[in-house]
Write a protein that binds this ligand. Structure first.
Ligand code: FMN
Length: 211
């Protein structure tokens, strides 16, 4: 009798554990999918801010490729196409700010002209070093339409360093880091134009591309 009861308790416990395990595995699966979907949407939103909808009829995330940049660093290059022709590119660029790395998305046309730049992540000081956020000031919009030749490369600096870009009183490190990042980003394109525009290059996985 006692043996039988122990056995049935064991069965109940086993069934409970199995059920709990299944629920846990299923909810984990949903969470991972949700996170992936949210990350993809986030990426599409930031790409949409630097590549105008009018210049492409493709899904920017679908036509991405991964390029090796200086050996160990990989960058994901998103290509805008219209009627099968490349019309623009977007890729992440990085600047060194006061409090560390500043991550930005740069969008350019096929001639290397800036279509848009937006900050994706930074740790700069709120109220002092965050004027590159488009919700705070229009500083970052002043790069639209510029390229390596316009202004000349030696003017791709903040005004304090003899260049053409405004800096913020008491906080020059942040804008300096961002101007350098954009200039480097344009130089990257100038040096790798064919590779970055090659639509035959192997496609990047849609969820790759964050750093
Ligand atoms: C608490 C604290 C936070 C600061 N945050 C920033 C910042 O986010 N960005 C920045 O460029 N400078 C920041 N600074 C100022 C820098 O240390 C540096 O003095 C400044 O960037 C130099 O700019 P200036 O040549 O216009 O004075 C901060 C300074 C302090 C004390």
């Amino acid at each position: 009798m006692k043996k039988q009861r122990t056995f049935s308790h064991g069965l109940i416990l086993g069934a409970f554990c199995l059920g709990f395990g299944i629920v846990l595995a299923y909810s984990d699966h949903i969470t991972v999918d949700d996170i992936k979907a949210a990350a993809l949407q986030d990426r599409l939103n930031s790409l949409g801010q630097v590549i105008p909808a009018s210049i492409h009829d493709n899904n920017l995330v679908d036509d991405a490729m991964v390029m090796n940049n200086q050996g160990d660093q990989e960058i994901t290059v998103y290509r805008a196409t219209k009627d099968g022709k490349v019309t623009g590119l977007a890729y992440e660029i990085f600047g060194v700010g006061y409090a560390g790395k500043i991550k930005l998305m740069l969008g350019i046309d096929t001639e290397g002209k800036v279509l848009g730049v937006r900050v994706l992540a930074h740790k700069e000081t709120p109220g002092l070093g965050d004027k590159m956020e488009v919700k705070k000031t229009d500083w970052i919009l002043k790069f639209d339409g510029l390229s390596l030749g316009n202004p000349p490369v030696e003017k791709w600096k903040v005004k304090k360093d003899g260049g053409q870009f405004d800096y913020w009183a008491g906080a020059t490190i942040t804008p300096r880091g961002i101007v350098n990042a954009i200039r480097n980003g344009l130089e990257l394109f100038a040096a790798n134009k064919e590779k970055m525009m090659d639509m035959n290059a192997p496609k990047a996985e849609p969820n790759k591309g964050g750093h």
